[in-house]
Design a protein around this ligand. Structure first.
Ligand SMILES: *[C@@H]1O[C@H](CO)[C@@H](O)[C@H](O)[C@H]1NC(C)=O
Ligand SMILES: *[C@@H]1O[C@H](CO)[C@@H](O)[C@H](O)[C@H]1NC(C)=O
Ligand SMILES: *[C@@H]1O[C@H](CO)[C@@H](O)[C@H](O)[C@H]1NC(C)=O
Ligand SMILES: *[C@@H]1O[C@H](CO)[C@@H](O)[C@H](O)[C@H]1NC(C)=O
Ligand SMILES: *[C@@H]1O[C@H](CO)[C@@H](O)[C@H](O)[C@H]1NC(C)=O
Length: 179
């Protein structure tokens, strides 16, 4: 009696659970999806990072010499290598801890366009890399161009960071280390 009374509600509980799992469980493509500030992400609005190229292990560096040139440089602990990630509501801005200026581009987005900084924020999309989800790619929103360390990830300090059409090269992927 007790069993028959319980059985249907157990069944509906299980099917509810199965339904919830089916609806809520992220599929692989969603895990790889665009980064926005949610509990499961390490990139949050207002956090400060050094941003390491996965191939070269140099970091995104704002030249202390001119406060404008952005290149890959070996990690030195300087504030000119630290970037605050700020969520605008639909995209990310990167603000220099050293100067308060924002990562942007020189000219129009395309292969070989250099990164620079500007006083007005530039919108960026951050995505998990599809091959290694602990790493990231940073895109001009709604385009296929993402950050690329020039020369297939040349580790020489002062190597330009440009935009380039996405392909499998790991020098287009970046590791965020919170400061
Ligand atoms: C770069 O910016 C910093 C912080 O605003 C400032 O102290 C420094 O003098 C600037 N350097 C140059 C070369 O403009
Ligand atoms: C993913 O990339 C990180 C570096 O950011 C590296 O430590 C790790 O070994 C990589 N994982 C795989 C499976 O290649
Ligand atoms: C990118 O595309 C989405 C969806 O089409 C749109 O909502 C968004 O405003 C676009 N972003 C930019 C920066 O154009
Ligand atoms: C990009 O910057 C590098 C130096 O960092 C410079 O040699 C190159 O001419 C620049 N490219 C463009 C298209 O401005
Ligand atoms: C930009 O680079 C990508 C990847 O290498 C390539 O597929 C694309 O054709 C290039 N675009 C132009 C306009 O050269």
């Amino acid at each position: 009696m007790l069993f028959t009374k319980f059985a249907p509600s157990l069944i509906s509980l299980f099917s509810l659970a199965a339904y919830t799992v089916a609806v809520v469980m992220p599929v692989r493509s969603e895990l790889e999806s665009r980064v926005y500030p949610r509990a499961t992400e390490s990139i949050q609005s207002g956090s400060v990072f050094t941003i390491h190229n996965v191939k070269a292990d140099t970091v995104v560096d704002l030249s202390a010499g001119d406060n404008t040139t952005v290149t890959g440089w070996s990690l030195n602990g300087g504030k000119n290598q630290q970037w605050t990630t700020l969520w605008s509501g639909e995209s990310w801005n990167f603000q220099s801890v050293a100067t308060g200026l924002y990562l942007g581009i020189v000219g129009t987005p395309g292969n070989g366009t250099n990164l620079t900084v500007a006083s007005t924020p530039t919108a960026w999309d951050i995505w998990h890399d599809t091959v290694n989800e602990t790493n990231y790619r940073i895109f001009v929103p709604n385009t296929t161009v993402n950050w690329d360390l020039w020369g297939y990830g040349d580790a020489t300090s002062g190597d330009p960071i440009t935009l380039w059409g996405t392909w499998s090269g790991i020098h287009q992927t970046w590791r965020f280390v919170q400061v």
